[in-house]
Write a protein that binds this ligand. Structure first.
Ligand code: GDP
Ligand code: MG
Length: 164
């Protein structure tokens, strides 16, 4: 059967925007406030000659920091249990956050292949310097993308498909 790829990351980093960009349809709901992806949502994606099943693990994303971390751990565990490759997505505008580091540790310990993505790099020229701090997560080279502008998605998909 097809490989499964799960998108994991903090509320509002752009998981659903990335999911929709890859699915080629507006399947997952994108909103300015956290708490809008209702469930795990699936799409079949084709990249060049590769096919995979993509999961947006958004869940219901509340606002309190404690609950956000608890839910991120839960989502990461679902991804670890069900996915062949995990896309871990962060946000260059908010920068590296504590909860990013905690979830990155959990993903690293799982031994599952992880592709580290830094989203909202809308200008590679202006924002690349801010991408480098994400090397500190210790889960590999951060790949800059802009999900809303569809920048960097080809390089990201190459990195994902390299694990199939
Ligand atoms: P999720 O909570 O992780 O699923 O995040 P969403 O996909 O719902 O996006 C949260 C907000 O970030 C929305 O306002 C999006 O329009 C915005 N967003 C997503 N991707 C990008 C991007 O590449 N650049 C910018 N500037 N904003 C983005
Ligand atoms: Mg979402």
């Amino acid at each position: 059967s097809k490989p499964v790829v799960a998108i994991v990351g903090r509320p509002n980093v752009g998981k659903s925007t990335l999911f929709n960009a890859l699915a080629g349809e507006m399947i997952s709901i994108v909103k300015d406030t956290p708490g809008v992806t209702r469930d795990r949502i699936y799409a079949e994606v084709t990249w060049l000659d590769r096919e995979f099943t993509l999961i947006d693990t958004g869940g219901i994303e509340p606002d309190s920091k404690d609950i956000i971390l608890a839910q991120m751990r839960e989502q990461a565990q679902i991804a670890i249990d069900t996915a062949d490759v995990i896309i871990f997505i962060t946000d260059v505008r908010q920068g590296l956050q504590d909860s990013d580091s905690k979830v990155a540790d959990m993903l690293r310990r799982s031994g599952k292949p992880v592709v580290l993505v830094v989203n909202k790099v809308d200008s590679f020229q202006k924002l690349m310097a801010d991408v480098y701090e994400f090397y500190n997560l210790g889960i590999g080279d951060p790949i800059p993308i802009s999900a809303s502008s569809r920048l960097g998605l080809g390089d990201m998909l190459d990195a994902v498909a390299a694990h199939f």
